[in-house]
Write a new protein. Structure first.
Length: 274
């Protein structure tokens, strides 16, 4: 619950102006008062108050930090360069990824915006059970591939190349697991991003990937894992995906064993100005 400390409130109405759900009123004592029924706990009232009069009695207020330009601003040129230089990593050092580093990376997802501030994103980090999970995924993909190849039709023709890859990739993996891992690229950890709403999981995934890069950790999205898992309720349950959530992204992570020397070209910006 968000609460206004009336001793500190100066009645400036900034929180009332900025509240996205219009849930704050100006009371008879000329102070802000939060009607919590409509409150989505977004914390704008905490963030905007010039006298730090607003607090939450259910969230950890010790993590709230006052604005500090040196700590919180990013130079736009560096930010864009950082985004440009990020690459999908498919080659990893044979080195574990520390739990503390993963936790630090996931903090970026925790602070990412979500629709109606639902904060419905959660993570499943697989490292110790990676062999088991990748075996399961490879097996599902092979089955799917075989099914598609055996039932090809004009509607599924475009899937033929993936179906072929899924069957051959499993065989190659079985042949030499230590060498031929085209699913998780021998990464030490895989993070499954789960959410109720896709957009929330996708946004969190993007910020996590950037944070990982800032920590010197490389990532690659594994779309094949989603193809394999999201229609396998028993595997989702075994993996620990919560009821009502699905896997939005699968991020393979580890310390890169490759170094890129430059950025890459991209299609021109596609934008319609009206
Ligand atoms: C949703 C999504 C799924 C992806 N799935 C895979 C995958 O299964 N295997 C893979 O090697 N790369 C995968 N990628 C990585 C893309 O191939 C890569 O982002 C793209 O080629 C551009 O390269 P870059 O990330 O280095 O800029 C995926 C990327 C996204 C965004």
């Amino acid at each position: 619950m968000m609460i206004v400390n009336e001793d500190k409130c100066i009645g400036c109405k900034k929180c009332i102006y900025d509240c996205p759900t219009s849930t704050i009123i100006y009371n008879e004592r000329k102070k802000a008062y939060i009607e919590n029924e409509r409150c989505i706990n977004c914390g704008h009232c905490i963030a905007i108050c010039p006298t730090a009069a607003v607090y939450s009695d259910s969230l950890d207020m010790s993590e709230v930090e006052p604005y500090n330009e040196e700590k919180f601003s990013v130079n736009p040129e560096n930010l864009l360069n950082f985004i440009k230089f990020r690459r999908s990593t498919r080659h990893f050092q044979d080195k574990p990824l520390e739990k503390e580093t993963i936790e630090r990376i996931l903090q970026a997802g925790r602070y990412t915006e979500s629709s109606t501030n639902s904060q419905d994103v959660s993570y499943i980090v697989v490292s110790e059970e990676l062999d088991k999970v990748s075996d399961q995924i490879y097996r599902v993909l092979k089955k799917k591939g075989e099914h598609i190849l055996a039932n090809l039709s004009p509607e599924t023709e475009h899937l033929k190349k993936y179906a072929t890859l899924w069957t051959t990739m499993y065989d190659a993996y079985l042949d030499d697991k230590a060498k031929n891992d085209r699913l998780f690229f021998h990464a030490p950890a895989v993070v499954f991003v789960t959410a109720g709403q896709e957009i929330n999981g996708a946004l969190a995934s993007a910020t996590i990937e950037l944070m990982a890069n800032a920590c010197g950790v490389g990532c690659c999205y594994c779309g094949f894992a989603l193809v394999a898992l999201n229609d396998q309720p028993e595997l989702l349950k075994e993996l620990g995906v919560q009821e009502g959530k699905k896997i939005i992204a699968c991020l393979v992570m580890g310390y890169p064993s490759v170094k890129y020397q430059r950025t890459v070209p991209r299609n021109p910006l596609s934008v319609l100005w009206k």
